[in-house]
Design a protein around this ligand. Structure first.
Ligand SMILES: [Zn+2]
Length: 401
């Protein structure tokens, strides 16, 4: 026995009652079987319906060997099921599925590009078309034609055709599956498209609302075309409309020339960034020279211990240690602590990691790095104290430079 698919003939019925045939354990969930159902299972690129059975959420609908399993989080004890299919999910899926038929035929009419697969996704839907090339003009033409068929409010019919009858029809693609009565189910968009399909569709094209292609990209020699229909397209337009309005307002520009304005802004920004980097380089060189003028020499090492309030201590350190024989401890206040960079020239054979651990062990030292460059933080102390412990240490050790 296989489950009778009532959604084949009526995809608008969302409330129904059924006798429960069986409830099976389904991993950590429960699968409910009916003799017939309006719940659509995941198949043919269309996601399943959502809804409730006896007020328990239906988390999945699965078709297996002709049976349709309604997956629930909780077990059912009743014999009768009161079923409610979620309207929004069904509407969105039907809008995208019907829209896909329209779009696929529009690609054939405009460019003779056939569709080889489709997917109705959570965020957008996709068709894959066999196409040698595709540009924005083609996309606009296809989109215009598909939407024209929506404006014309064409009827959408469900036909059941025998294998003999089917030869009299020009179908967009070859049929795969037969319906339960052994006929082939074909969806007809009047005078536009005929396609075998087992999904849920609308009664007329106007119910699709709108088809909007949102992007397209080359994919393994073919093209993928991403699109939105109906309610999802409206939500997308609503979001993008306000986003672009807000951006335009920030630039005091019209929405229709904001793209040029942003492009110019980015060009200017890149130019300024380059110029600023050059200025920064010169500035830090000069600053380092000034700092070096005030350094103390201990045991042949030029020692700099300096609090910095305005500029980047990493940039200054890197500039200082480009010179030879430099040991630099630069710090800045950060609440109750000092953040610091402790660095030295490459020619000094000093392990700053070791030194920092020894000298700052009573100052709750945190940090680390390489032998000649470490960054970290210590408790706030007098600058003279730092000078003393660093100088004492340098005086004691033998620096084999
Ligand atoms: Zn379909």
């Amino acid at each position: 026995m296989t489950t009778q698919k009532l959604y084949y003939n009526d995809s608008y019925k969302l409330d129904f009652e059924e006798n429960i045939l069986k409830v099976e354990k389904w991993n950590d969930k429960f699968a409910v079987l009916f003799e017939k159902t309006y719940f659509y299972p995941t198949s043919g690129g269309q996601p399943c319906d959502k809804g409730f059975i006896n007020n328990i959420p239906v988390v999945d609908v699965i078709e297996k060997e002709g049976n349709i399993y309604h997956i629930l989080e909780k077990n059912l004890t009743e014999n009768k099921a009161i079923c409610k299919i979620d309207y929004n999910t069904r509407l969105e899926n039907s809008q995208h599925h019907t829209g896909q038929h329209l779009l696929s035929q529009a690609f054939i009419k405009v460019k003779n590009y056939p569709t080889i697969s489709m997917h109705i996704g959570k965020d957008y839907s996709t068709i894959e078309i066999v196409a040698s090339s595709l540009n924005i003009e083609d996309i606009n033409k296809v989109e215009d034609l598909a939407n024209q068929i929506i404006y014309e409010n064409r009827k959408i019919n469900i036909l059941y055709l025998s294998e003999d009858e089917i030869n009299n029809y020009s179908l967009r693609k070859k049929p795969k599956k037969k319906s339960s009565n052994n006929d082939i189910r074909v969806i007809e968009i009047e005078n536009f498209d005929l396609s075998p399909c087992g999904g849920t569709h609308l009664k007329s094209t106007s119910e699709i609302g709108i088809i909007k292609i949102i992007s397209f990209e080359k994919y393994k020699g073919n093209y993928r075309v991403n699109f939105l229909c109906g309610k999802k397209a409206l939500l997308d337009y609503r979001y993008k409309n306000f986003a672009i309005k807000n951006i335009s307002n920030k630039f005091s520009a019209s929405e229709y020339n904001i793209e040029q304005i942003i492009n110019k802004f980015i060009d200017d920004f890149e130019k300024n960034k380059k110029e600023l980097n050059l200025i920064k380089k010169d500035f830090y060189n000069l600053l380092s020279k000034n700092i070096l003028n005030d350094c103390k020499i201990i045991n042949n090492v030029k020692v700099i211990i300096k609090e910095e309030k305005n500029y980047d201590i990493k940039d200054i350190s890197q500039n200082l240690v480009k010179n030879q024989d430099i040991l630099s401890f630069l710090f800045l206040e950060n609440n109750e602590r000092y953040n610091f960079i402790f660095s030295c020239s490459d020619n000094l054979k000093i392990n700053l990691n070791e030194i920092a651990r020894k000298l700052f062990k009573d100052l709750s030292f945190k940090g680390g790095g390489k032998n000649n460059f470490i960054q970290g933080s210590i408790n706030k102390v007098e600058k003279s104290f730092l000078e003393k412990i660093i100088s004492d240490y340098l005086n004691k050790i033998n620096l084999s430079i």
